[in-house]
Design a binder for this molecule. Structure first.
Ligand code: PHE
Length: 469
């Protein structure tokens, strides 16, 4: 049984893994369809605003919680909540915090982990779809029959067993990487895929920009028409920011715990948030010209799979572009899935003292069971609908737009009010300068007086919208 805590061999290793976990289906699959559902430019603007007002401060908070406690989210929360005498070690929590606050703190840890497992379950289903298209493009390369993307998607959606098979294939791949140690597994894997990935994304975005539909797509993506926002848009933008930056899952707490002592947490958080947002915008630039050139309605989780492959099957050299695109997407979903499973494994290792392989196998098995319902959502459970949403979209919306903001909110309150001030200040003031002192007070101010009320407002508006409809 391995009891050693892994660590990033290099600072670059941390960035690769943190960006690899932040960047995933959220950027390429979810971002375009949520933007399309919310009318384009105005939503994008809201999203960018929230990345910096809520996303970045929260991300810094989670990294800092991990780095200062050197624990994953469950133990970190427990240590903050425990008074000095019982824990046997000095509590990192402020002694004057309210007892009721101490009592609910560990619950936040459990909530994060439940989110990790359930989200990984349906994430694995969508990753299975990506895997399926990747294989179809690969086959098309060697066969004389032309690719029929519409039929490919229909076959997939109607066949629950195929989806279960693809989901399990994905989970096995993720299990293998996570069962190895942090440095060996994640760092090496992400290190190989990131450069390939960046090149593919830029090439495809440039290709999309040369299409006739590009000007309309850019207008849709960048021109803010605020009348297209709804009462739920703030909540949806918030949920997506948290999802895409992997906040509220405890993932960044785990990654923070692996950070080197000398790492400067605020800068690390800021960089991860910025790079992730740039990648999302590239994904939008790549996808919207393709989407607008097609005659399909532009919404829902199938958006990407309905439109993009059809186009690739029509343009010259499309098979190669399609192959590149789905390879890109698959690598991104593997690295994000690794982040999700690694979070659960790190917590199980710490609290149960299980070995890495055992923890990964058990967490993987539970995730697989949880994935069965979403995998059957478009076949066996296709009749389950609410409004115009199917089961998968409902699950995604309930988790990301409701539960995730609550989880992130509680975690941020713990960092704000329970984690000792000198610990937080210490992380910001590593480099003794007036600027870092100022940054610290800005950070606390934004957390307390901007981010927290905004989340409460977003949840209330959503609730109001739900009741009204
Ligand atoms: N941020 C990932 C994405 O955008 C999803 C994710 C959430 C990954 C939480 C790890 C942890 O797809």
């Amino acid at each position: 049984m391995s009891t050693k805590r892994g660590g990033w061999g290099t600072r670059f290793g941390f960035y690769l893994a943190a960006i690899g976990s932040a960047f995933g289906l959220g950027n390429l699959w979810r971002f375009p369809y949520v933007v399309a559902d919310n009318g384009g430019g105005a939503f994008v603007l809201l999203y960018i605003f929230l990345v910096f007002i809520i996303g970045t401060p929260f991300l810094i908070g989670e990294l800092l919680l991990g780095k200062s406690t050197r624990n994953s989210v469950l133990l970190a929360m427990k240590r903050l909540a425990a008074p000095d005498s019982k824990s046997g070690q000095t509590s990192m929590g402020r002694a004057e915090a309210l007892p009721v606050f101490r009592r609910i703190t560990p619950v936040a840890g459990y909530l994060s982990l439940i989110l990790c497992m359930v989200v990984l379950a349906y994430y694995a289903v969508i990753s299975g779809w990506v895997l399926h298209f990747l294989m179809q493009f690969l086959v098309a390369l060697f066969s004389t029959d032309s690719l029929k993307p519409e039929a490919t998607l229909q076959v997939l959606l109607n066949n629950g067993w195929l989806q279960i098979l693809l989901t399990s294939a994905h989970l096995v791949i993720v299990f293998i990487v996570v069962a190895k140690d942090v440095e060996e597994g994640i760092e090496r894997w992400v290190g190989y895929m990131m450069p390939v990935f960046g090149m593919l994304l830029v090439t495809l975005a440039v290709k999309s920009l040369s299409m006739d539909s590009a000007p309309d797509a850019m207008r849709f993506l960048l021109y803010p028409d605020f009348s297209r926002l709804t009462l739920s848009s703030l909540g949806q933008a918030l949920g997506h920011v948290l999802f895409t930056l992997s906040i509220g899952f405890g993932t960044m707490v785990t990654f923070g715990a692996y950070l080197k002592e000398s790492a400067y947490t605020p800068l690390a958080g800021f960089r991860v948030a910025t790079v992730d947002s740039i990648i999302s915008m590239f994904a939008g630039i790549m996808i919207f010209p393709l989407v607008l050139a097609s005659s399909y309605p532009i919404s829902g989780p199938e958006l990407l799979f309905q439109t993009v492959p059809v186009l690739f099957s029509r343009i010259p050299g499309g098979i190669w572009f399609g192959l590149g695109f789905f390879l890109c997407l698959y690598l991104a979903s593997v690295s994000a899935s690794i982040g999700l499973l690694e979070t659960v494994v790190a917590n199980l290792k710490e609290t149960r003292k299980w070995g890495r392989t055992r923890a990964a196998a058990r967490a993987g098995a539970v995730t697989f069971i949880l994935a069965i319902v979403p995998a059957l959502s478009s076949s066996t459970f296709s009749a389950v609908r609410y409004g115009n949403k199917g089961l998968l979209e409902l699950l995604d919306s309930a988790l990301i737009n409701w539960l995730l903001p609550i989880s992130a909110l509680v975690t941020s309150q713990v960092v704000c009010y329970l984690l000792k001030d000198e610990v937080k200040r210490g992380e910001f003031l590593e480099q003794e300068s007036a600027t870092s002192e100022k940054m610290y007070s800005h950070w606390i101010f934004v957390l307390r007086w901007l981010a927290t009320p905004l989340i409460v407002l977003a949840l209330s508006l959503q609730l109001f919208d739900l009741i009204r409809n």
